[in-house]
Design a protein around this ligand. Structure first.
Ligand code: CA
Length: 262
């Protein structure tokens, strides 16, 4: 309803404030509907799951809880979450397996909750493919910040753009498609690997620090461990380099970070 129509209704007896109030409520409902992103919480500890759901709802997300791995896989199909918060230690199918299965089917951002620092490499690395992790105990504020950052990165990835490619006969990269081939064979990169490659190629021949790469490929360097960059660089090298132990494309620049050298 536009203001003209609202004012016309006013003449039919409704007070101007009533009409404006109704218009504002309608707009709020509309924007709430458009903004409510769905978060699936997979956590068997009821108090943690409930307080997460409560916090996320207060932050205007729609939240559902699955208390084991099987329920998580079923709900992932039905609820179609925009993001998954996934506990590592679950009864039945464990968090790592849930993550692997979800990853096979979709690029939904996955934030893992873990009490085990030594699992971090596996969680964000090639083996499991989570986007981020938070170690327990965590603050709700930190977790919500990570959720927002992951959703922002996902929406940036979804935007098409006009980007340069790379082709030297061994590697062919077309970031607009996107497609990456090594010796003519297509290579599957995760969304994060692709954005890291994009960040390196955008400054070809120049060294980038881990923090710059986090900023460009993850959308933020807040709360993200710089070691995450190293894990993804290793994984990219394994996919792209003829000899990953002696990289020719993604070079380590001592004391700084990394460079797409060619
Ligand atoms: Ca647990």
């Amino acid at each position: 309803m536009d203001l003209g129509l609202a004012l016309a209704r006013q003449e039919q007896g409704a007070s101007r404030l009533d009409v404006l109030g109704a218009m504002i409520r309608k707009e709020q409902l509309k924007s709430k509907g458009a903004m409510a992103q769905r978060i699936l919480i997979v956590e068997d500890e009821r108090t943690i799951a409930d307080s997460l759901a409560h916090t996320l709802k207060r932050e205007r997300f729609e939240a559902r809880i699955a208390s084991d791995g099987e329920a998580a896989l079923v709900l992932a199909g039905e609820f179609k979450p925009d993001l998954v918060i996934l506990d590592l230690m679950l009864p039945g199918i464990g968090g790592l397996d849930v993550c692997r299965v979800l990853r096979r089917k979709s690029t939904v951002p996955i934030i893992m909750l873990t009490a085990k620092a030594k699992e971090v490499d596996r969680i964000v690395g090639l083996e499991v493919g989570a986007d981020d992790y938070v170690t327990k105990p965590f603050s709700m504020r930190e977790l919500v910040a990570r959720v927002r950052a992951a959703l922002r990165r996902q929406s940036m990835l979804a935007q098409p753009s006009d980007e340069p490619g790379f082709d030297d006969g061994h590697i062919t990269i077309d970031l607009a498609k996107p497609s990456v081939e090594v010796k003519g064979k297509p290579i599957v990169l995760s969304p994060r690997e692709l954005s890291l490659l994009r960040a390196l190629l955008a400054h070809r021949g120049r060294a980038r620090t881990r923090h710059q790469l986090l900023e460009e490929a993850w959308g933020s360097d807040e709360y993200i461990d710089p070691r995450t960059v190293d894990v993804h660089i290793r994984w990219l090298r394994q996919k792209l380099e003829p000899d990953p132990e002696h990289p020719q494309y993604i070079e380590t620049v001592r004391g700084i970070g990394y460079r797409f050298g060619r």
